[in-house]
Design a protein around this ligand. Structure first.
Ligand SMILES: Cc1cc2nc3c(=O)[nH]c(=O)nc-3n(C[C@H](O)[C@H](O)[C@H](O)COP(=O)(O)OP(=O)(O)OC[C@H]3O[C@@H](n4cnc5c(N)ncnc54)[C@H](O)[C@@H]3O)c2cc1C
Length: 392
């Protein structure tokens, strides 16, 4: 049984590994000419680590990433709001969360795919889907084509395949832009040995700092802004802009930005999508951001793509053909849609809470965080990070 996967990001490669592990022949078609190793830091919560165990890659994540052992919430002036009990969580879930460079994660998944015998073809931009009786055919922009029994669309949040299957639905702008940077920075208050870091909350603006592994640090900021603002900034302008916005913030915020090379600073407007009620049509299904773009406030987009991959492979373990394959895809979306919908909603809610602007709302939020951060974060997140995906 042959599966075609469009998109070689976290979702596509996770799906390739998972399907290969249950006996499918898999080819991934990726539009980029080579593996992309750029990007910033990504947090892998316990549910992501469990999926990565299934892919036999969790060991390498632990070697190349760094565990989150400190997670503080502070005001923009540095006053402590809460210290999240990450150690307690690590015991509860059998693993801490890990922070890793997105490029490292991507390359770990890529090399595992190749080890398992997945074929990855670069420079293949999906152009057209033809639903053939008993199979699917895809055509690429370079005029070539491929056939298989199953097509998994893992072509990201602006998925062309999703548009083709279900019609175009515009993305929803979150109301904020993210800036992310990677650099080297030492602060005795946040030593590498401890891992983790802090998130500081301002007025419609926040800044987070964390260790990334390999001696590097990762920072991110989110700022309420009109859509598209900041998109045309050069790397030098991005750095200047960030320094200006955070110049009066709690030390080490300005120093962390100062220590970052302009080329290592990325900026993006942030979007999600009104959740879809259907992901599959015939022998084609969506996975990862193609199915469910979400705001990054819970750090769950990549984790959910991995969970999708494990659940899909589990349901396709017996390599069903014909009508049974179509039914397996329907079972996949049935198992996944409600869970993901809740996470999309919670991510939006968390964003609203973290990006508040009114002084009164800020005061109430900060008081709530001082007295009940556990309830706001740990209990609410338990169904998300405590999830046990099937074993492959
Ligand atoms: C600021 C920010 C912070 C985040 N932080 C976290 C975090 O801490 N933890 C976490 O779990 N998640 C996080 N996420 C979410 C996570 O990055 C995404 O959910 C994840 O990358 C989705 O993977 P994907 O493979 O579905 O999509 P993508 O990573 O977008 O991959 C899609 C792939 O498809 C390819 N492609 C697109 N179109 C075509 C085509 N026509 N033909 C062929 N190939 C095509 C693209 O080149 C790309 O390689 C964050 C997201 C953002 C924006």
């Amino acid at each position: 049984m042959k599966a075609i996967i469009i998109g070689g990001g976290i979702g596509g490669l996770s799906c390739a590994i998972a399907l290969r592990k249950v006996g499918w022949e898999v080819t991934v078609f990726e539009q980029n000419e080579s593996l992309t190793e750029n990007g910033a830091g990504i947090v892998l919560a316990a549910n992501a680590m469990r999926a990565l165990e299934s892919f036999d890659t969790a060991g390498r994540i632990r070697e190349e990433g760094t565990p989150v052992r400190v997670a503080e919430l502070r005001t923009w002036r540095g006053s402590l709001l809460a210290r999240l009990p990450v150690e307690k969580q690590a015991v509860r879930y059998g693993t801490p969360s890990y922070l890793i460079h997105r490029g490292s994660l991507q390359s770990i998944l890529y090399s595992r795919s190749l080890d398992l015998g997945v074929t990855v073809e670069h420079g293949k931009r999906f152009a057209e889907l033809i639903d053939r009786h008993g199979g699917v055919e895809v055509r690429f922009a370079d005029g070539t084509s491929a056939n298989g029994e199953l097509l998994v669309a893992a072509d990201g949040y602006r998925s062309k395949i999703r548009d083709g299957l279900f019609g175009h639905t515009p993305l929803r702008y979150s109301g904020y832009r993210a800036i992310r940077g990677i650099g080297s920075f030492d602060d005795p208050r946040y030593p590498l040995a401890a891992g983790g870091g802090f998130e500081a909350l301002g007025n419609g603006t926040r800044f987070g700092f964390s260790h990334l592994g390999g001696g590097r640090i990762f920072w991110f900021a989110a700022m309420n802004e009109a859509e598209g603002q900041g998109a045309s900034l050069t790397p030098e302008e991005r750095k200047k802009d960030a320094l200006l916005k955070f110049r009066n913030w709690y030390s080490p915020v300005p120093a962390v930005i100062e220590a970052t090379q302009p080329m290592d600073i990325l900026t993006h407007s942030i979007y999600d999508l009104e959740p879809l009620r259907q992901w599959s049509k015939g022998r084609v299904t969506l996975l990862g951001d193609a199915a469910h773009p979400m705001l990054p406030n819970l750090g769950q987009g990549g984790a959910q793509a991995m969970e999708d991959a494990v659940v899909l492979a589990d349901l396709l373990r017996i390599r069903p053909a014909g009508g049974a394959l179509v039914e397996a895809l329907q079972a996949y979306e049935k198992m996944r849609i409600q869970r993901v919908l809740n996470i999309v909603r919670q991510s939006r809610l968390m964003g609203r809470l973290m990006q508040l602007e009114s002084p009164l709302a800020l005061a109430i939020r900060n008081t709530a965080l001082r007295v009940a951060a556990d309830r706001l974060f740990i209990s609410r997140l338990h169904p998300v990070v405590g999830y046990e995906p099937p074993k492959l």
